[in-house]
Design a binder for this molecule. Structure first.
Ligand code: SF4
Length: 458
């Protein structure tokens, strides 16, 4: 190989690695400027693909193609040529793992509601997160519900729950997550409520610790729910005991329930997505890889790792700066993703401490909360508030599912007055829980209400 430093037509030095015996064109043009190898075609004519001048990458298959008196070379290995630009062979689809959009929102698919909001109309929430109970059979050490006044034995009564689902269908609520301030499987009406919502065309989902899942009703859940997420922040019995403060043997019980649910789903071809979610705190850092492996072994669809929300008073005591120490492990876990199994960390929020001074420590990238009419939250005792962090704040209390029609409530002056009060009186930078559920939606709506300069330059 000789010194192949060239000067391109812009006067810049260009280093190529042409073989010494490669023919030099008078006007090498694009190929020389981009350092591409130039094949010695005389070697091709001889059919000698072993020649040093026929540059073959490791493990690459090549094939000589004869067309009339010309000889061409085709590189068969799909992997190496994929990085070569200007081939135009079609998209290579590297973003399969984004199919769930864990780290974002889906408001662009509900622009009819956005239009109604912009026109000042009253409209139904797109989605409602709700507890079905206000108590739990585990005591996870990161649990946000402990700052929401958990009350043993309190739950939404069956009739109120079913009436609410019928009202939601009339209103046009599109989905509801049984995710709230208590474990949903402790409410026996969970299964009938899910089946009714499915019948009325409302998408449902559930986040559960899974220990009391009634496997006799597994078909009701799998046939009607869009997704079931197991709240599991450990990959070993020892870690399970430590983080969830439950018996270590319950870990095996849970693992077998998830395994059975996955088997039923596959056998009956149910579309319900089954996943695991870890709430990241230092006590489970050593469990990340073990749980990523467990998820793959169980055949679930995903393992997502999220930040731990803290209250406005920082009652749970999360040190967001500490997340920087686990980044490499999270990336290692993400590398276990396959086409059928997504492992993903919610970087937008986990990386909050890496933000500039302007946005660190819970300061948000918008100033006003506008998202609560789109994403409502209901406590496990049936009381309705604009958002979970404001449960029990009487100023923002909207009503109770046990006291009347949810349909009437959503159309009432009180309902809209509370949402207005939120937008007009809350300082999201200091009155709110860090990284609340409405965060992504709020950012989107704030962007709409506060367009930048020069919006036509898209
Ligand atoms: S920004 Fe504040 S008021 Fe709005 S939903 Fe989040 S916690 Fe509630």
């Amino acid at each position: 190989m000789s010194d192949n430093t060239q000067t391109n037509r812009f006067g810049n030095a260009v280093q190529t690695d042409l073989p010494d015996d490669a023919p030099r064109a008078h006007r090498p043009g694009h190929k020389l400027r981009t350092s591409n190898d130039i094949v010695d075609r005389s070697e091709l004519e001889s059919g000698n693909t072993q020649s040093a001048s026929v540059h073959v990458l490791q493990d690459q298959q090549i094939e000589l193609v004869h067309v009339e008196d010309q000889v061409g070379l085709v590189r068969l290995d799909a992997e190496q040529p994929a990085s070569v630009p200007n081939q135009f062979t079609g998209p290579s689809y590297r973003n399969q793992s984004e199919r769930f959009r864990f780290d974002g929102h889906k408001m662009l698919h509900h622009l009819d509601r956005v239009m109604a909001w912009q026109n000042g109309e009253r409209f139904a929430p797109v989605h409602i997160d709700m507890g079905l109970t206000k108590f739990c059979n585990t005591a996870c050490i990161y649990c946000y519900a402990v700052v929401q006044n958990m009350t043993k034995g309190k739950m939404i009564e069956r009739d109120a729950l079913l009436n609410y689902i019928e009202d939601s269908a009339r209103l046009g609520v599109r989905s509801m997550g049984f995710i709230g301030d208590g474990e949903p499987t402790l409410n026996p009406a969970l299964y009938d409520a899910t089946a009714l919502a499915g019948k009325l065309g409302i998408d449902t989902s559930m986040a559960t610790n899974g220990l009391l899942l009634d496997m006799d009703r597994a078909h009701d859940l799998l046939a009607n729910m869009s997704w079931i997420r197991f709240n599991l922040s450990a990959g070993t019995p020892e870690g399970f005991q430590r983080v969830h403060q439950s018996k270590a043997k319950n870990f095996d019980l849970l693992v077998e329930k998830i395994r059975a649910l996955v088997a039923i789903k596959k056998e009956h071809n149910y579309q319900c997505t089954i996943g695991l979610q870890m709430v990241l705190i230092p006590e489970c850092y050593d469990q990340v890889l073990a749980e990523a492996e467990l998820g793959a072994e169980l055949g679930v669809d995903y393992f997502v790792i999220k930040h731990c929300s803290d209250s406005e008073y920082k009652e749970i005591g999360i040190d967001y700066d500490n997340y920087a120490t686990i980044e490499d492990v999270l990336k290692q876990a993400e590398a276990m993703s396959t086409d059928d199994y997504v492992v993903q960390a919610k970087w937008n929020k986990i990386n909050a401490s890496g933000e500039t001074e302007l946005y660190r420590n819970g300061y948000r990238k918008y100033d006003v909360c506008l998202g609560t009419p789109f994403l409502l939250q209901i406590s496990g005792n049936g009381k309705i508030y604009p958002c979970g962090p404001f449960f029990n704040k009487e100023r923002f209390y909207i009503g109770d599912l046990h006291d009347g029609s949810f349909y009437d409530l959503v159309n009432s002056d009180r309902y809209w007055a509370v949402h207005k009060d939120i937008a007009e009186s809350v300082d999201v930078h200091k009155d709110c829980a860090i990284g609340c559920r409405q965060d992504y939606v709020n950012k989107f709506l704030w962007d709409i209400k506060n367009p930048p300069e020069h919006i036509n330059f898209i």
